[in-house]
Design a protein around this ligand. Structure first.
Ligand code: ZN
Length: 309
């Protein structure tokens, strides 16, 4: 769909989140703002795409919807490339960023990479942000991530939804995988979005879309399925973690994939809960999941090497 010309969305796929560039067309808002910076493995490409989209205009600020490695992994490189651009993060993750606590940030438990950066400020739910020529409400959107926010420009009906709402679903519910409740928070976030006069959703992954009611209905149907069978959500999430790991690595000998599985404490915890009846160890379960992912075409295995498909 066509977006207003002060918004550029660089649609990046699944390893890297979309980049939302809010231009400062009148040169009075302190430069353009980037919402989410993609994965660190794509940092050079992200910087190049941003240079092209900015066409010489300054970048004034980076804001994150949440602190997953596919959304904030380019923060360090983008900030440096554009002259030390300040980075603002959701308030719930601010302290963990400043001390770079990879456990609290969730990178270590799933064995993911993210390049260290420092935050300048906190994006506070309930607050407002002036980004470009637009005023954005900051709305808490826990569920997928307890500290996630979405940004809503009520004057134009534009919602930047991160991983709280996609055109088809939402991100896996990490708290549930850690033994904490999360499904109610997903429902509350969807309810909060439904209350807003949204005309355009710019999700964290996939193109912008206008059918908010349809997306909410699909998300709720998925949530109903997860609630009815939380183990299905856990099994699906374990597969997502394996696939994401291969997207990061691109290809890796199977034995290294299995070593990653053994060392990723969240994967091990999911195995203990739902994988143990099926496989005697996290490695054995990871091997099965690789087979299943290869069977569905999401991965390829060639000569003992697992490749992202
Ligand atoms: Zn996420």
């Amino acid at each position: 769909m066509r977006l207003p010309d002060d918004l550029t969305v660089l649609v990046r796929g699944w390893l890297s989140s979309n980049n939302v560039l809010i231009h400062d067309r009148d040169d009075d808002a302190g430069g353009a703002v980037l919402v989410d910076s993609s994965h660190c493995t794509h940092a050079a490409q992200t910087v190049a795409l941003l240079r092209q989209a900015l066409a010489g205009a300054p970048l004034g600020r980076i804001v994150n919807t949440h602190l997953h490695s596919d959304h904030c992994g380019g923060n360090a490189a983008v900030s440096e490339a554009f002259g030390g651009v300040p980075i603002d993060v959701p308030s719930g993750g601010f302290d963990a960023v400043q001390r770079w606590d990879e456990d609290a940030l969730g990178f270590r438990p799933i064995g993911q990479r993210c390049v260290r950066f420092s935050a300048r400020g906190r994006v506070v739910p309930g607050g407002r942000l002036r980004l470009g020529a637009r005023e954005w409400e900051v709305i808490a959107a826990p569920g997928h991530d307890p500290d996630a926010v979405v940004l809503f420009d009520s004057a134009h009906g534009v919602l930047i939804s991160g991983d709280a709402l996609w055109e088809n679903g939402f991100g896996i519910v990490f708290p549930e995988l850690q033994g904490e409740p999360g499904f109610d928070a997903v429902a509350a976030a969807l309810d909060a979005i439904e209350q807003l006069p949204v005309a355009t959703v710019i999700p964290g992954h996939g193109p912008a879309f206008a059918d908010v009611a349809g997306a909410l209905a699909r998300a709720r149907a998925r949530l109903t399925g997860y609630r009815a069978d939380p183990d299905r959500h856990a099994r699906h999430s374990a597969k997502v973690l394996v696939k994401y790991h291969l997207m990061e690595e691109r290809k890796q000998p199977l034995e290294e994939v299995l070593r990653w599985a053994q060392g990723a404490s969240l994967f091990v915890a999911i195995w203990q809960r739902v994988g143990a009846p099926l496989a005697g160890s996290p490695e054995e379960w990871a091997a099965r999941l690789v087979d299943e992912l290869a069977g569905s075409g999401a991965l390829r295995v060639e000569g003992g090497v697992v490749c992202d498909a």
